[in-house]
Design a protein around this ligand. Structure first.
Ligand code: FES
Length: 157
């Protein structure tokens, strides 16, 4: 995405400080590497008229925002107690083995980044995983294999 396209993305939002998070999410969502570059952070700060320090504060606080390049898809495993108690650890092991990536890492083909997340508020469906913006649960080993397989297949087609 070039600078003009990025300007177009941020221009959808009012030039108000309370729009900072929304602007950052939009910029990240429009980045094929799923992250916010220094240029993105500068653009967001200018657009909503806040300091760069405030932008760093927001990016540091929200785990869904990244300032390092990630895969085209983000796969998050809930690591909060309810999910872990009902099989979340086993689900993560299946994903690590199938995708050949450790939590925090990105697959060699840059298709998937595996991350941890705190409770997603769907404990009644635990264990939960989230692929991009879609929450899946309950997920057992078989379902995790199927979902990861679909991600890998989608990348190949
Ligand atoms: S503990 Fe995983 S969704 Fe709440």
């Amino acid at each position: 995405m070039d600078s003009t396209e990025k300007e177009r993305v941020v221009d959808r939002f009012p030039r108000k400080p309370d729009q900072l998070l929304a602007v950052l999410i939009a910029l990240q969502d429009n980045n094929p590497q799923n992250y916010l570059s220094e240029e993105d952070l500068d653009l967001a700060a200018r657009h909503v008229n806040v300091t760069k320090a405030r932008v760093y504060g927001v990016t540091g606080y929200y785990s869904m925002l990244s300032t390092v390049p990630r895969g085209r898809h983000i796969l998050r495993v809930c690591r909060s107690p309810v999910c872990r108690m009902v099989g979340g650890d086993a689900v993560e092991s299946v994903l690590v083995e199938q995708l050949k990536v450790d939590p925090g890492g990105t697959t060699a083909d840059r298709a998937v980044t595996l991350e941890h997340t705190e409770c997603l508020g769907r404990c009644h469906q635990a264990p939960i995983i989230m692929i991009d913006a879609t929450v899946h649960g309950p997920v057992d080993g078989k379902k995790a294999t199927e979902l990861a397989g679909r991600l890998q297949q989608g990348e190949r087609s």
